[in-house]
Write a protein that binds this ligand. Structure first.
Ligand code: BMA
Length: 316
């Protein structure tokens, strides 16, 4: 089939899922929603592992080709530390990794599951062994956060998804700015959840970190459709202005990827595809996503196809 037909923008890896809990070298419930980056010439996934209490931590997996031969840390790589960081009492979830060239280290935004609800925390690392926590950066309820790798003027920018106490308001994607990664302000809505019957009505959130392209920052986001049989998590695309990321250039009207295969449809939470990391090599993007909150799967796409498709199917 010709690639340009767009019938298959995202191509699932034929031997999906690529990592399941059986691959984790210690007892756990599930492994899913992994951040991704290149580290020491390899692909590194920082995987969310949920233990058999229901509390999540992170474990690193490394592979030469980003597809198979995963070497998984024998012990958890980053555990919640509620004694020092009380906001991590019920675990740490859904890491997004950004390489911060200027700091020569990686920044990881993640959900700290606090007694007050899920909130956004930040940690930095140079080696994925030792982590320096900057602590919570957004109060609850807030999650689905990632940093941009570049500064805009003298400020860093972060995308995140606060939830309003007024359900009728909807849960939108926001952007905020900071001079030091610690203190955040100038909060504003970036992408609004649609309303009514749309696939991304009422609740949306960023998936992997923004990806820099010559046409703008490419955004992959999830839309949650509530149905009589539960939620369906699907993915859409958007594009932000390179110099001014508060400017939304395009947003897809329809979803690009949704749960179809059994490992996406059936699991601890049915009908969920949830990427937290993607890696671009030349024109190919590898997207790592959680399947049904139970396993990790891989899909690939061509950047040029995604950008052409987005132009054809935009609604902004
Ligand atoms: C979201 C997050 C994700 C999870 C998804 C589906 O709110 O908690 O970790 O994959 O729900 O359960």
């Amino acid at each position: 089939m010709a690639r340009s037909s767009f019938d298959e923008l995202f191509r699932r890896y034929e031997n999906n899922p690529i990592i399941t809990v059986k691959d984790v070298p210690y007892s756990a419930n599930t492994v899913f929603n992994a951040g991704a980056t290149r580290f020491n010439g390899e692909t590194l996934l920082l995987m969310r592992v949920e233990d058999r209490r229901g509390i999540s931590h992170f474990t690193a997996a490394r592979s030469k080709d980003g597809i198979g031969g995963w070497e998984i840390d024998p012990q958890p790589t980053l555990m919640p530390e509620p004694e020092k960081y009380p906001e991590e009492i019920w675990g740490i979830e859904d890491p997004r990794i950004t390489w911060m060239e200027e700091h020569n280290e990686w920044a990881i935004t993640y959900t700290a599951y606090s007694r007050g609800g899920p909130m956004v925390s930040l940690a930095c690392t140079k080696d994925f062994k030792k982590f320096r926590r900057l602590g919570p950066v957004m109060p609850p309820e807030d999650k689905d956060a990632a940093l941009f790798p570049d500064r805009f003027g003298d400020r860093w920018a972060m995308i995140h998804r606060p939830v309003s106490a007024f359900p009728s308001v909807g849960a939108h994607i926001w952007i905020s700015f900071s001079p030091d990664l610690k203190h955040w302000g100038d909060h504003q809505i970036l992408i609004r959840a649609r309303k009514g019957g749309w696939w991304d009505a009422n609740k949306i959130g960023l998936s992997p970190p923004p990806l820099k392209t010559d046409q703008g920052w490419l955004i992959l986001y999830h839309g949650v459709r509530m149905t009589a049989s539960g939620a369906i998590y699907r993915l859409g695309l958007a594009l932000l202005d390179l110099e001014n990321p508060t400017r939304l250039i395009a947003r897809s009207d329809r979803w690009v990827f949704g749960p179809e295969e059994p490992y996406e449809v059936f699991g601890d939470v049915n009908k969920v595809v949830f990427p937290c990391g993607w890696i671009m090599e030349e024109d190919t993007i590898r997207i790592y996503y959680g399947g049904a909150d139970t396993c990790i799967a891989l899909a690939t796409a061509n950047l040029s196809d995604l950008l052409i498709w987005l132009k054809k199917h935009q609604s902004v």
